[in-house]
Write a protein that binds this ligand. Sequence first.
Ligand code: F0G
Length: 459
Amino acid sequence: MTIIEPFKIKAVEPLTFTTREQRERLLEQAHHNVFLLRAEDVLIDLLTDSGTTAMSARQWAGIMDGDEAYAGSRSYYKFEKVLKNLTGLEHVIPTHQGRAAEKILFSLVGGPGKSIPNNTHFDTTRANIEYSGAEAVDLLNAVGKQPEVRADFKGNMDVDALVAFIEDRGVENIPLVMLTVTNNSGGGQPVSMQNIKDVRAVCDRFGLPLFLDACRFAENAMFIKMREPGYANKSVREIAQEMFSYADGATMSAKKDGMSNTGGFLAMNDDDLAGRARTVLIVTEGFPTYGGLARRDLEALAIGLEEVLDENYLTYRLRTIEYFGDRLLEAGVPILEPTGGHAVYLDAKRFAPHIPPEHFPGQAITCALYLEGGIRGVEIGSLMFGSTDASGVFQAPPMELVRLAMPRRVYTQSHVDYCVENIVQVFNNRDKLTGYRIVEEAPYLRHFTAKLSRITARR
Ligand code: F0G
């Protein structure tokens, strides 16, 4: 039986169509970096699932009903209640988005000499840790780094590596352990409850706090329900509550599973750390009952954080991504398998094996998808994570991916079909893809603003 969109459409937004000639010019003007395109020049925007959600009629009604009081807003207390129920964490500190929570947390616990392990740090998390002077280390299990191998929980942390890491760096140099659910940079792959428990046990052994990067906690919980023995008959809410029960704190960009267009939070049990976090919050974000957000946004989040636990929605959500991936696989297009929760990831190493990592194969595909069909994805590979070491040698990350992230409740199945047709077209002409080189870059998060040029001569 076809799994249908579990909503009907009440408000629509027109798409703008461009010609290939126009797109050639627009991409040139954007220095071959799709972040520098104007969104109105994009037909299907799969750049991110962050803040791009279509809110529900109930959320829009909540926006109108928001209480804009500076201090003690009713909307804040509603937001706090929903999150305390979900996470069981004592202190809920709103922030304008996820990285603001990360910035506050790592300005307090990071700093030179400190190391923070994660299954895979998202790029802003890594940047905030490194900006504080600390070291960000990824300890993903081996299978998570093999895009062609299918496994249920490819987001799991390598628990033995975690133990070895703590012993090597010294427990006093590790302020906390993090787990990112789902593992965005590793393909939106879920972390099993067993792995969360195992990491918790290691944290207990060393007396370390565990923090979840909970951006996509509901998608992770749905995967646990579908795949992990013993969870099929539990509700996603119960599963999410259990996930959080093993954590001492969390950061979240609520622009994802908060089903809203902005917002985030930092939550924790430690009273002293929370007090210090609120002080930084007041200096940098705003008063603790709004944290840089309009109170109406807290209202929309309080509603969105409940809506995301609807299992009809989550079934449709995960099925959309799986359907997208299955159709690509049928056409022979290499993707990261199995599909994760929020995006399809093209495996650029197998898609364009003739382009070496230092010439950004993922970027070549990203540009080609825009030119072919006005589709915007994002490179997650050497452009995002590559670096040059002290001796000038290029260091590539383990995977070269192109992420096609699905905004929540925005596109229909025919939009997905259109994307598949265009990707297959680019794939069938893959020999014509050529690499890129960086002309200009920033010292942190270079992929957002880098200017590139196309390497015309084939190697
Ligand atoms: N952690 C994860 C796992 C994320 O995916 C993101 C954002 C953040 C933290 C930071 O949150 O953007 O609200 O400051 N991911 C977006 C993406 C940008 O496209 O995947 P933020």
